[in-house]
Design a protein around this ligand. Structure first.
Ligand SMILES: [Zn+2]
Ligand SMILES: [Zn+2]
Length: 243
């Protein structure tokens, strides 16, 4: 089956994202935008994964992956995606233990709240999530794969937090795909020029509700399992559409 996916969305848990980005609001917006599969990928934390699961069940017709956008020691943003909230939460706990003891200043950096599917605030994350965890991208990638997840470096074309710029070249590693920012593709640049041997997809990287559904990847897969997605995503030729 062919379905529409956006696998990089920030919720109210990311300090840089709007408070309107509750998992339930994101699920509703995704449904109205015609998406079938979404992932919330907050910086270095997956604490909104259970709310996303509940919100998608309630909304109906929307499937979810659960994960986060980890900032590695090399300051590379990498997406880790799982098919169950618990796996994302487990990795989240590990990543949190690797973050420096820098407290968030909500008035300066933004709120870091996690919620339930009714938008009740369950708690606030103490450490600042916008910094690098003490883990290399290779160790992170191996950890994600050992736990059965998908590992996709984010916006590899970007000079800030992008894989190519931070490493100096496109490294050889078993990435499941690479992500290219919508800005790069919208400018009409050739994605094959930077994605090398890897399959690529794009994403909205939404921080506001308006962005959800602004980028759609058409993925042909047997079902929404990680194994089916891994096989589908690793094939070149995913079509991306912008709104
Ligand atoms: Zn990023
Ligand atoms: Zn992001």
């Amino acid at each position: 089956m062919l379905f529409k996916a956006d696998l990089h969305i920030h919720s109210c848990l990311s300090p840089c994202a709007s408070l309107e980005m509750s998992p339930s609001a994101i699920a509703e917006k995704a449904k109205s935008a015609g998406l079938d599969l979404i992932a919330i990928t907050d910086h270095n934390s997956a604490l909104n994964a259970p709310a996303l699961r509940d919100a998608c069940v309630r909304t109906g017709g929307i499937h979810a992956l659960f994960g986060m956008e980890v900032t590695t020691a090399e300051e590379i943003h990498c997406l880790a995606l799982f098919d169950h909230p618990d796996k994302a939460l487990e990795l989240g706990e590990y990543i949190y233990s690797l973050l420096p003891e820098v407290k968030n200043k909500a008035d300066k950096y933004g709120d870091q709240v996690y919620v339930d599917a009714d938008e009740n605030i369950l708690g606030e994350v103490e450490k600042f999530l916008g910094v690098a965890a003490d883990i290399s991208y290779e160790r992170l990638g191996n950890t994600v794969h050992e736990r059965g997840g998908l590992f996709i470096p984010a916006h590899i074309d970007r000079e800030i937090f992008g894989l190519i710029h931070q490493v100096g070249y496109l490294p050889d590693f078993p990435f499941d795909a690479v992500e290219i920012s919508r800005h790069y593709l919208k400018r009409g640049y050739d994605p094959n020029a930077i994605s090398g041997k890897y399959s690529y997809l794009s994403s909205s990287d939404s921080h506001y509700l308006d962005g959800v559904g602004s980028v759609i990847n058409y993925i042909e897969a047997e079902d929404f399992s990680i194994e089916a997605l891994r096989a589908a995503i690793s094939k070149k030729g995913i079509v991306t559409e912008f709104k």
